[in-house]
Ligand binder design. Structure first.
Ligand code: AMP
Ligand code: MG
Length: 402
C-alpha cells in the first residue's frame, strides 16, 4: 500500500500538459496561463490627474494661505480621454478631471474642493493652501512599467487578473487546452436521480458531485451512463470513455468483491495499472492506471471516499494537465474546538467545519457512507495514525469554499 505522497508522485510524473490554445480573456477566468504575460505598455500610460480639480505649477501656490489666497487664471480645460491642448503657464491653471492627462508645465493638481471661484474675476480661482509638487498626480508606469512581467506561466486567471490584462490592452491569452474528463459510475444498484427507486437500489450521486467540481478546476466533465457490475459492460464503457476523453474517473468497483470489475476490465482493454490502494482513510482502494498516455482514476464508490480521493489525488492531476504552478489545496490554520481521534493505522482525513473565527469542529459522523457530514464540512484535517489531537491544537485545514 502506497503512502499518499508516493501515490501522488506516480500520478503527477506520468502527466504531460495538454496542448496550448489562444483564447479571449473574457473566457479565461479559471484557466491557467501557459506563458508569462509581459506588459506591452505602461500603466498608467501617461501622467494624469488623480482628482477633479485644477492642474497648476506647484510653485504658484507656495504663498497661499487662508488670509491671502492665491488667484490663478483658468486657462483651459482637459476632460478624461482628451489630450492636453493647453500648457500650464505661470499664474494660471487648467481645469482637469480625474484621469485627464496632466498638461505640460503643470506639476500638481489642486482638488476642486480646495478652491473657490475668485470673486474679483470670472476666470479666476482661489487657492488657500500651498500644494506640494506632484500632489494628486498619477505617474506614467507607477502601477506597471512597459516590459515588466506581470503574471507568470502556471498562474490561474482570476477576475482581477483578467481586469489587469484588459487594462494593458490585451484581448487574448495562451492557455493549455481544457482537459475533457469522463465520469463513470459503476454499480448495478445505482439508479438515476429522478427515476423511481426499485427495492434494493440507491440513487447515484458521485457523478454529479464530480461534474460540478471539475469546471472550477478548468476541466470539462463528460458524464457517461451508469455501468452495471459485469466485466463486459465495464470494459466497453472504459474503452469508450478513454478513447473519447483526456482522462477518466470512475467510481465504485475497485474493492475486493467478486463484483468489482474495474481493475480487471481496465487491464483487459490494455491499460497499465500503476497502483492500487493508498494508505488513507477514507479512500484506501483508490486505483490509478495509464492507457495510451491517458490517466485513469478508479475512485471507491462510497461518496465520501470518492470526494476525498478526488481532492487529494485527482485534483492535482487535473491542474497538472493544464501546467498549473500550484497544485495544492488551500491549507488554512485553525484551532480545534474538540479532540480529533484516529485510532486506525492509516491517516484519516476527517471532515470538519471551520467557522469564520478559525474554530474547527467535526462536521459529524465520519463513516465513508455518511453524506450529511460531508455536506456540512468545509475542510479536511489530516489526522496521523494512532493519534489524538486534543482540543485547542493548532491544525491545518485543507479547505474548500464555494
Ligand atoms: P463500491 O466501491 O462499488 O464497493 O461501493 C461502495 C459503496 O458505495 C456501496 O454502498 C455502493 O452502493 C456505494 N456507491 C457506489 N457508487 C456510488 C455512486 N455512484 N453513488 C452513490 N453511491 C455509490
Ligand atoms: Mg460497487
Amino acid at each position: 500500500m502506497l503512502e499518499l505522497e508516493q501515490a501522488l508522485r506516480i500520478i503527477l510524473d506520468g502527466i504531460q500538459p495538454l496542448p496550448c490554445e489562444i483564447i479571449s480573456i473574457s473566457q479565461a477566468v479559471q484557466r491557467i496561463l501557459a506563458q508569462p504575460i509581459v506588459a506591452p505598455s505602461s500603466l498608467p500610460a501617461f501622467d494624469n490627474s488623480a482628482m477633479d480639480g485644477f492642474a497648476i505649477r506647484a510653485v504658484d501656490s507656495a504663498d497661499a494661505s487662508p488670509m491671502h489666497p492665491v488667484s490663478l487664471r483658468r486657462a483651459g480645460l482637459i476632460a478624461a480621454g482628451t489630450p492636453s491642448q493647453d500648457a500650464a503657464e505661470p499664474q494660471s491653471c487648467i481645469r482637469v478631471f480625474t484621469g485627464a492627462p496632466l498638461p505640460p508645465g503643470a506639476d500638481a493638481v489642486v482638488m476642486q474642493e480646495d478652491t473657490t471661484p475668485d470673486p474679483q474675476r470670472s476666470d479666476g480661482i482661489q487657492i488657500r493652501e500651498p500644494v506640494k509638487p506632484w500632489e494628486n498626480v498619477r505617474f506614467k508606469g507607477e502601477d506597471i512599467k512597459q516590459g515588466e512581467q506581470v503574471l507568470s506561466a502556471g498562474e490561474t486567471v482570476t477576475p482581477e487578473k483578467a481586469g489587469l490584462l484588459s487594462a494593458l490592452g490585451l484581448s487574448h491569452v495562451t492557455v493549455h487546452r481544457r482537459p475533457i474528463i469522463a465520469l463513470l459510475a459503476t454499480g448495478s444498484e445505482l439508479v438515476e436521480p429522478g427515476a423511481p427507486l426499485p427495492p434494493g437500489k440507491i440513487y447515484e450521486s458521485n457523478r454529479l458531485t464530480l461534474a460540478t467540481l471539475l469546471p472550477s478546476l478548468g476541466a470539462v466533465p463528460m458524464v457517461y451512463p451508469i455501468i452495471p457490475d459485469d466485466q463486459h459492460s465495464t470494459q466497453t464503457a472504459l474503452q469508450k470513455a478513454l478513447s473519447e476523453c483526456d482522462g477518466v474517473i470512475s467510481t465504485g468497483g475497485v474493492s475486493v468483491g467478486e463484483k468489482d470489475y474495474v481493475k480487471s476490465s481496465f487491464e483487459a482493454i490494455g491499460g497499465r495499472l500503476d497502483f492500487w490502494k493508498v494508505a488513507i482513510k477514507p479512500g484506501k482502494p483508490f486505483v490509478f492506471g495509464t492507457w495510451q498516455n491517458k490517466s485513469f482514476f478508479g475512485l471507491p464508490g462510497n461518496p465520501v471516499s470518492a470526494f476525498v480521493t478526488f481532492l487529494l489525488l485527482v485534483r492535482p492531476a487535473i491542474l497538472r494537465l493544464q501546467a498549473a504552478a500550484d497544485l495544492g489545496m488551500r491549507s488554512v490554520p485553525g484551532l480545534l474546538g474538540e479532540p480529533l481521534a484516529n485510532h486506525g493505522d492509516r491517516r484519516h482525513f476527517m471532515r470538519v467545519r471551520m467557522d469564520r473565527e478559525g474554530k474547527v469542529t467535526l462536521a459529524g459522523t465520519q463513516a465513508s457512507h455518511i453524506l450529511h457530514s460531508l455536506a456540512r464540512a468545509n475542510g479536511l484535517v489530516d489526522v496521523p495514525p494512532q493519534t489524538v489531537l486534543p482540543a485547542g491544537s493548532l491544525v491545518r485545514v485543507l479547505s474548500w469554499s464555494y
